[in-house]
Design a protein around this ligand. Structure first.
Ligand code: ZN
Length: 114
């Protein structure tokens, strides 16, 4: 969130941007970013079976972003202390993913617990 925009920034920050933008930002750092939500999860990135033997506790960060000068918002989902795996989705794709995860849980997991 910057009141005086750097010369490379042609548009105001989206209302959700919390990032400070500087004149010296390199091209890769020229993006708007929302605050992160973190979710503690158990995950495995190992292909070893059974996967449950390789689960590790991880905090996943979820945040919205948009590159300067672009109109496409993206949602990044990535471990807080790791660089991979990283999932970067368009906002529309993230909404479809959330909808399908919710549907899968409602259809299968909730029934298993009943
Ligand atoms: Zn911004």
């Amino acid at each position: 969130m910057t009141e005086l925009l750097p010369t490379w920034q042609r548009e105001p920050c989206p209302r959700w941007c919390i990032r400070d933008h500087d004149e010296d930002d390199i091209a890769l750092d020229r993006y708007h970013q929302g605050s992160a939500t973190t979710v503690p999860v158990l995950m495995s990135t190992d292909s070893e079976e059974p996967r449950s033997a390789t689960y590790v506790p991880v905090d996943l960060a979820i945040r919205v972003g948009r590159y300067a000068g672009e109109l496409i918002d993206w949602v990044a989902i990535e471990p807080v202390r790791l660089t991979a795996p990283r999932l970067v989705l368009t906002a529309e794709s993230a909404a479809r993913l959330a909808e399908q995860v919710t549907a899968q849980l409602a259809e299968h997991v909730a029934l298993d617990q009943a």
